[in-house]
Design a protein around this ligand. Sequence first.
Ligand code: ADP
Length: 400
Amino acid sequence: MKVLVINAGSSSLKYQLMETDTKELLAKGLCERIGIDGSIKHSASGKDDYKADITMPDHSAAIGTVLKMLVHPKYGVIKDTSEINAVGHRVVHGAEFFASSVLIDDAVMNALKECIPLAPLHNPANITGINACKAVMGDVPQVAVFDTAFHQTLPPKAFIYALPYKYYTEDKIRRYGFHGTSHRYVSQRAAVLMGRPIEELKLVTCHLGNGSSVSAIKYGKSVETSMGFTPLDGLPMGTRSGSVDSGILEYIMNLEHIDIHQMLNILNKQSGVLGISGISSDFRDLDEAAAKGNARAQLAIDVFCYKVTKRIGSASAAMGGIDGVIFTAGVGENSIDLREKILEGLEFMGLYLDKEKNKVRCKETIISTDDSPVKIMVIPTNEELVIAMDTAEIVKGLKK
Ligand code: ADP
């Protein structure tokens, strides 16, 4: 089955066309500056890459452009858009409505709209992407795959904030967790790599990229995760602060005479390792600066690694044990040094890193010593593949 995977942002749209029977990626690309002017980058297997400025007044125009590229005689991979059997959308927030992926119908669209206050930046863009596909592709089945769904198995003791209870019951304020598609994929791959059923494994998944979260996956289900009501919670990230003492907010707001929007801008865009280092949100830049003796770049790396280390400990405690730890996403898959630093001192928990095996990037590998009681793994994430496979499964079910 050919599935078009769509990840719509407010002015951008990422896409991949996948053949789910073979798990093959046929084409992928990115539309940017939608509603401003418009540009597209497109690549397809066996074809030259394509890049152009094309006017895209809205997301429907962007989808139209994507479809044109997919059937393009020189750059395309299909003859007719009717070959696309289904569309799978990444949707950031499904609140408590969705614990798994779902075929999109009117009731689902209404629920997605109800989730807008919980993800005011992301869900409107996702909804726009769905509407654009409907407008351009008509009756082709569409499926929503949620970042939050995998974490719906968190027990109440893990998702309830210690706030007046009415904020949960009346206003839906609770820990939701994000990166669920990634945590789900890498935990399932880890079980395959370990040659053991996931139903008997206690796994800690570390999704470390621009945004970062650590989850505890007990017997295949998420039971604890570091992101919360919003993706600002938990670990320090590229530009996000992660958890801070909420008393600091008022203190800085008074100090700088700023309002809550400006405060949130500081927490989301000017904090994290960028804030500490004053140099960059990109760990490659920090590594380079630290190697040249920049103390704040080193401190940013130290703070980040220390918090990840502590999270591995607390995720293990939440499960009463640990059989495997997985590193994924940009930093987790690529940074040999950061993995080593994060794992330093965790031998007491049975985590023994093999420093030679750790010299690996973006490849599914066990990097612990042969006799390490806990397996340590690098597993490249593939959220698009999960979206395509979920979509294919739901759509195949419709035909039965
Ligand atoms: P996103 O959350 O945007 O999907 P990614 O998972 O792609 O992010 O991660 C991007 C981050 O990965 C970059 O900002 C960079 O810090 C980090 N990264 C990529 N390659 C390396 C590397 N070789 N060494 C250290 N960090 C890296």
